[in-house]
Write a protein that binds this ligand. Structure first.
Ligand code: SAM
Length: 239
């Protein structure tokens, strides 16, 4: 087994700059060259983004609110955040992902026009692993990244993200329940060529404990499930 933070952060980085980048860019994109499973994951992931946007907007406008999108991928969340007027700081360990996110943001936010002629603010994109993120943001969001962290590394990751957030921390992760754990075991019996990195599922209670340890409590919970995609969403606030 590989571990994030030691050797396997490098493995994750390498994966998301190469085969993982090709695979996930397609899944997170809108082209037709996806298979049934990829199409299902695309749908599930888009529901996670929608769900999170709704959580945020229900609590008030995002205009001028600073949001850190940690592990931003191709910009699936950064772009809708910027459309709502948030000041977005987006970063990812993969330079290929950051390039793609930047390209997508330019297209979707400014549509080829001058940035200066728009009231929208381009997100600040940076190649950075989330462990080296610094500063303070009103809201920190980290979607579908915990899957790369075993629980013993997840606690430190959650604690670091909480230290950057003033008001809200939103996380999504693949939930560890008996059923999904069994599914994953079955999957491991038939490793395909695309399974270049290990996937770690997390028990909601473990995530909650990690948040409580640093003085945060869960205020809202959400669950997204499709056939092949499962995500638990939690919004935490300081106690
Ligand atoms: N959050 C994005 C979304 O929901 O559209 C992308 C999710 S994708 C499954 C996981 C992303 O996490 C990849 O882009 C990967 O490069 C990034 N990642 C993995 N480990 C990371 C780390 N330690 N620091 C920053 N980004 C990381």
């Amino acid at each position: 087994a590989m571990e994030v933070g030691g050797g396997d952060k490098e493995v994750v980085k390498e994966y998301f700059n190469n085969t993982g980048f090709q695979r996930w860019r397609k899944i997170y994109g809108d082209t037709d060259d996806v298979n049934t499973v990829q199409k299902d994951i695309r749908l599930g992931h888009s529901k996670t983004v929608e769900n999170v946007m709704k959580m945020l907007i229900d609590e008030g406008t995002l205009k001028g609110v600073s949001v850190c999108d940690a592990g931003c991928g191709t910009g699936s969340l950064s772009i809708p955040l910027a459309k709502e007027g948030a000041n977005v700081y987006a970063s990812d360990i993969s330079a290929a992902m950051v390039d793609e996110a930047q390209k997508n943001a330019r297209e979707e936010l400014f549509n080829g026009k001058e940035e200066s002629s728009s009231s929208l603010v381009m997100p600040k994109f940076e190649v950075k692993d989330l462990e080296s993120l610094q500063g303070k943001y009103d809201t920190v969001i980290c979607l579908d990244v915990l899957i790369h962290y075993p629980q013993n590394k997840a606690d430190a990751m959650i604690s670091h993200l909480a230290s950057l957030a003033e008001n809200r921390l939103i996380l999504s992760f693949a939930p560890l329940t008996f059923y999904y754990a069994a599914l994953k075991r079955v999957g491991e019996l038939f490793p395909g060529p695309s399974k270049a990195t290990r996937a770690y599922l997390h028990a909601e209670a473990d995530v909650e404990r990690a948040l409580q340890k640093v003085g945060w409590k869960i205020r809202k919970r959400g669950l997204v499930t499709t056939q092949f995609y499962f995500a638990k969403i939690v919004e935490a606030v300081p106690v």
